[in-house]
Design a protein around this ligand. Structure first.
Ligand SMILES: [Mg+2]
Length: 251
């Protein structure tokens, strides 16, 4: 049984995106569909193998970008260009852009809101909270915003900050500072304890925002996604099973 109203004097809520508001498991399928539609691979075993290698290349780029300061977001196009060379596909610059745009278009539509997430964000908006999104996403902001609109979150959120737009990802200071700037258009308060950061990553959504003075809610997610050490270090203000737990916890 959850306590009610344990989060007092919160006025701003910052949400992580993947694993918090939306499920991301269909991204891999969308990636394969994107390169298939672009004619880079065939719908056969060799094509599947090549698609898996591209997925692994993105995971490697992601891990490298997250490995330490300055936590700069990686460039999708560079990863695709390198992967194309490994499958001996000779793409001229214009062709590379077309392939990458096709990948991004296939990605739009691949993130599914968790049950109740949209309704919860709508409820929090009605209750008057200022709401923002702070997401690590290498997909360029144009496509992120298309996907956020398709999901229905855009009309509910006051702002969204994407690492692909800022150039740096969580836990870099730059991305949180931009979120704080947009959360407080009239000027940043010295005390950020009325900001609640909600997310599934113990390092990016709890430890780093907490170090800036924010309150935090760690969303339980699939086990094994984040390093055990991150969970050991994180001291979330609250543990929740899903964002739909939040309204009852806010006074
Ligand atoms: Mg997440």
């Amino acid at each position: 049984m959850l306590l009610s109203g344990v989060l007092m004097r919160i006025s701003v809520i910052l949400f992580d995106w993947g694993g918090t508001l939306v499920e991301v498991s269909r991204q891999a399928f969308a990636l394969r569909q994107g390169i298939l539609s672009a004619g880079v691979i065939q719908d056969d075993e060799a094509g599947n193998e090549a698609a898996n290698r591209l997925r692994e290349a993105f995971q490697t780029a992601d891990a490298r970008a997250s490995s330490g300061p300055p936590w700069a977001e990686f460039n999708m196009d560079e990863v695709v260009a390198e992967w194309l060379s490994t499958i001996n596909y000779d793409a001229a610059p214009g062709r590379l852009k077309n392939i990458c745009d096709g990948l991004r278009q296939a990605w739009v539509g691949s993130l599914d809101p968790f049950p109740g997430a949209l309704e919860t964000v709508a409820q929090l908006k009605t209750r008057g909270y200022r709401l923002g999104l702070v997401s690590n996403c290498s997909v360029p902001p144009l496509y992120c915003r298309q996907e956020l609109a398709r999901q229905g979150f855009s009309r509910l959120l006051d702002f969204a900050v994407f690492s692909s737009e800022i150039g740096f990802r969580k836990p870099s200071p730059e991305i949180y500072q931009e979120a704080i700037r947009q959360a407080f258009p009239d000027g940043r308060p010295a005390d950020l304890s009325n900001v609640l950061f909600v997310g599934d990553s113990p390092a990016y959504d709890v430890s780093a925002p907490a170090a800036l003075g924010m309150k935090t809610a760690l969303v339980r997610c699939r086990h094994g996604i984040w390093p055990a050490a991150d969970y050991d270090e994180a001291r979330p203000y609250l543990h929740i099973d899903a964002v739909s737990d939040l309204p009852a916890l806010l006074d």
